[in-house]
Design a protein around this ligand. Sequence first.
Ligand code: GRF
Length: 202
Amino acid sequence: RRIAVLASGRGSNLAALLAAFPAGDPRAEIALVISNREDALALDRAREAGLEAVYIPWPRGGRAAFEAAARELLEARGIDLLLLAGFMRLLSGEFVAPWRGRILNIHPSLLPLYPGLEAQRQALEAGATQTGCTVHFVDAGLDSGDPVLRKTVPILQGDTPEAVAARLLPAEHEAYPQAVRMVLAGLAFPVPTEEEGQAEFG
Ligand code: GRF
C-alpha cells in the first residue's frame, strides 16, 4: 500500500515512519511527503531518502487551494493511507471525509486530554503525573477522531515542557508505526456511524 505523510516541521515522526515503511517496500511504503512549509526539515529528510517531497503553500485563508492541490496529488500518486506527522493545520471536513478510516494523526498527549497546541505544557500546568501520545483517526475536529493507540510516559518533578517533549518523542516514534500496522491489517478502524453499522451488519 502507498502512504503519504503531511508534515510542517522537523519530521522526526516522518523519519520513524520511513524506517518502518521504506520507499519501494511492496507491502507498505511511504511514497510521498507534502508540507505546507517550504523550509520544513521533513521535506529535506524525504528528499534525502529519495522520495517525492512537495511543498504546497497554505497562505492565510488559503485552505481550499492547499486542499485542492493536495487532493489532486494524492489521487495522482494512488495514495491509500494519509499520515499527519507534525502537520500544524486543520483540514476541512470536506477534505477529510473521503479518507475516513485511512487518515491518522499523532498528538503528544493522552487524548482526549490536552488537545491543540502545547500539549506537554498543558499536561504540566494541569499537574498531571503522566502524559503520553495518541495516534488517532482524523476527523474534522481538532485532535478529536477515534484513538488507535496510546503510549504513556511519566512526568517528573521539575519537568519543563521541553523535557516532557523529549521523553515523549521516542514513544511517539514507536507508537506511530505500530498504529499504522494495526490500521493496514484492518485491526483498527473508526467507530462505525449508525449508517455504516447498518450497511455492514444490518
Ligand atoms: C510531535 O510531537 C507530534 O506529536 C506533534 O508534533 C510533533 C511533530 O514532531 N503533532 P516531528 O515533526 O515529527 O519531529
